[in-house]
Design a protein around this ligand. Structure first.
Ligand SMILES: Cc1cc2nc3c(=O)[nH]c(=O)nc-3n(C[C@H](O)[C@H](O)[C@H](O)COP(=O)(O)O)c2cc1C
Length: 213
């Protein structure tokens, strides 16, 4: 059974027949190019098209990855939100750099971005927090993200306490907010037949370079 499962993982191959990516197809701006591909991901009905794998450097020097949702992509960078005291929060306090990957697998595409990370201004985090559903706002208060927790009942008890404490507007906890990844490098990858994929890298100086697959 396990051997068969291992074989399945090892032997699985998808032939990518999608149209290729030429230099002339690319927008001069990686941000605009990202938006074109994001729109295509939405159009194709991909689940969670704004989900990205965020990798930080662990306090032990080992990379650490998890999925988070991009909440804005513009010329300033890519924003995402979470708990500042979580593992990722502590790691970004230690090394303020990260990489993200948007895995748009059904379209045979990925976008990789690397850069420095900065915290958003409080006013930016406030604005986003205020736009979240009340349940998510309460959840942000109730969850000591990445800390051990006894059981589910403890979490639910904390949710009830917070809900009672903030009967009206829920303010943003100061331990919760956003970050901005300020891109140094973007890579757009399009799968092609026989593993001869198309890869283009945008550098900070505006140049675009094709890489071997
Ligand atoms: C689809 C998806 C979206 C997620 N979005 C977020 C997010 O926007 N912010 C966040 O803090 N965690 C998000 N998570 C949870 C993270 O993957 C992770 O469990 C959490 O941030 C704690 O990670 P850490 O212990 O490395 O800090 C998401 C998970 C999934 C699967």
């Amino acid at each position: 059974m396990n051997a068969r499962r291992d074989d399945h993982v090892r032997e699985r191959r998808v032939q990518y027949e999608t149209a290729g990516l030429e230099r002339s197809d690319l927008d001069a701006s990686p941000v605009q190019q990202w938006h074109r591909w994001y729109d295509a991901a939405v159009e194709a009905d991909l689940p969670e098209p704004n989900a990205m794998v965020l990798s930080t450097i662990g306090t032990d020097g080992v990379p650490d990855s998890r999925v988070v949702l991009a909440r804005g992509v513009d010329e300033r960078g890519i924003t995402f939100f979470g708990n500042y005291t979580s593992a990722k929060g502590r790691e970004l306090d230690g090394v303020s750099a990260a990489s993200v990957v948007f895995p748009w697998l059904a379209l045979h595409r990925q976008v990789r971005v690397r850069g420095r990370v900065e915290r958003l201004l409080n006013v930016e985090s406030d604005e986003y927090f205020a736009s979240r559903p009340r349940e998510s706002q309460i959840g942000a208060w109730a969850s000591p993200q990445s800390e051990p927790i006894g059981d589910r009942a403890e979490l639910e008890r904390r949710v009830s306490e917070i809900a009672a404490r903030f009967a009206g507007v829920v303010p943003r906890p100061e331990f919760w907010g956003g970050w901005r990844l300020v891109p140094e490098v973007w890579e757009f990858w399009q799968g092609r037949p026989s593993r001869l994929h198309d890869r283009f890298v945008y550098s900070r100086d505006g140049s675009i370079t094709r890489l071997a697959p």
